[in-house]
Ligand binder design. Structure first.
Ligand code: HEC
Length: 405
């Protein structure tokens, strides 16, 4: 218990740190993309030779004048700020969280025996292997020399295949976080392996007094563009565990592809807008995709087997009494959802949700129904082995008005 409690605090600190450095990284990356697309070319106010564009801005009570140089300035200034620790620390804290949450409790968070019969240890190795493989494949793809559209298209098809495959191997939630970890790793590896080395070459050439080769800069720029398009989808995946209606859906993989595509379109809209080109149609398409996804998801929620048969049969269905329902909840849920939980992974009631009293059960009725019937994401990893029969019972109780008398 003590150990789980300490892990919970560690989790808090890591998640907090991950969010802070992630904001610093994505924030500075958004800022530089915006800056690049908003430079006045030619510069309005060239002070220096070699200035390719400039920009004036006012922020926080002061005026700022930024200038961008073609390849590099005549003489390297000191100090020169690099932006890399934001990205590295985002990966380090993210990976630590992945280990602490998903690897330490792999049998709960990564494995779903109803999806694939693998062990927790296998899931961890698969996860690590896929993270590594995704970077290798992506990097090779970028080095093919194909044009950007082909690389983008091939990358997207690869991602679709990965999402489908991983969703048929891991739990819904585990699959989403795995995809997020792969994409996040690609983004940080782009910074570590291509963008920063490219910049270093540029700087070293200047220090040797040579004209820098523009190629590393071009290559770094390509990776930077990829990272830019990945930001919104990756941010969604990192929040997705709050939305069991997505990852818990039978077609969770399809929903992820839909949300991913919408994120890329929205990012593209902003990139065009920053260049002064309005393309509201992109936002409209993105919204249509999201609305359609939500609509289809609602139509085809993961039905419990023969719910239709039960409701359409001519025989009147026995009403469910509250004591029957409460019996199921106590048996299947209260080991975690109670003021004094007994499960090793739950030092306190998860999300503060307890089912100790009839009032608490009534208060949470809709969510209880969502999580046990609509998307079947509770009990966690079905650790307490709730049966279909019991899920039907929850369904009938809820449909009959969720009474607690
Ligand atoms: C092994 C521990 C465990 C068991 C057993 C368990 N849960 Fe949970 N439950 C969790 C955890 C962890 C979370 C928080 C993460 C999440 O939302 O997926 C959670 C979250 C929830 C939530 C979401 C609360 C919110 O903030 O929206 C509901 C509702 C819920 N559980 C219902 C149930 C029901 C009903 C059962 C029994 C049929 C059950 N749980 C059994 C661990 C458990």
């Amino acid at each position: 218990m003590m150990e789980a409690y300490i892990l919970e605090w560690l989790n808090l600190l890591l998640r907090w740190a991950h969010l802070i450095v992630g904001i610093a990284w994505i924030g500075s990356s958004f800022y530089f993309v915006w800056l690049d697309l908003n430079l006045n070319v030619p510069p309005r106010d060239p002070e220096d030779e070699g200035v390719a564009g400039d920009l004036w801005a006012v922020h926080g009570g002061g005026f700022y004048h930024a200038q961008k140089y073609k390849v590099a300035p005549g003489e390297l200034p000191k100090p020169l700020h690099w932006f890399k620790w934001e990205a590295y620390t985002t990966w380090l804290t993210g990976f630590a969280l992945l280990v602490l949450m998903y690897y330490v409790n792999a049998d709960i968070y990564l494995v779903d025996k109803a999806v694939a019969d693998i062990t927790g240890a296998m899931a961890v190795w698969i996860s690590l292997g896929f993270i590594l493989a995704s970077w290798i494949i992506y990097d090779l793809l970028c080095r093919t020399g194909w044009n950007d559209v082909w690389i983008g298209l091939a990358g997207f098809l690869f991602l679709v295949a990965a999402i489908y495959f991983i969703s048929h191997l891991f739990s819904g939630r585990g699959a989403y976080i795995q995809i997020g970890s792969m994409l996040g790793t690609i983004m940080v590896a782009n910074v570590l392996m291509v963008i920063i080395p490219g910049q270093r070459e540029l700087v070293q050439a200047k220090q040797r007094g040579e004209e820098p080769d523009p190629l590393p800069g071009i290559r770094a720029n390509q990776r930077s563009v990829h990272n830019n398009y990945l930001t919104l989808p990756v941010l969604f995946v990192m929040l997705s565990h709050h939305y069991p209606m997505t990852y818990g859906h039978e077609y969770g993989w399809l929903l992820l592809i839909a949300i991913f595509s919408a994120g890329v379109l929205i990012r593209h809209f902003f990139n065009l807008r920053n260049q002064g080109r309005a393309a509201p149609v992109l936002i409209v398409i993105a919204l249509l995709i999201l609305i359609l996804a939500a609509f289809i998801a609602a139509l085809k929620s993961r039905a419990i087997p023969d719910r239709e048969a039960a409701t359409s049969s001519a025989q009147p269905v026995e009403p469910v009494s509250f004591s029957q329902l409460q019996h199921v909840i106590v048996q299947r849920c209260n080991i975690c959802h109670s003021a004094e939980p007994d499960h090793p992974t739950a030092p306190v009631a998860p999300n503060g949700v307890m089912f100790d009293t009839p009032e608490q059960i009534r208060q949470w009725a809709q969510r209880i129904h969502d999580r046990t019937v609509s998307n079947r994401t509770m009990p966690l990893a079905n650790l307490t082995q709730m049966t279909d029969e019991e899920r039907r019972l929850v369904d009938r109780w809820y449909m009959a008005g969720a009474g607690v008398e």
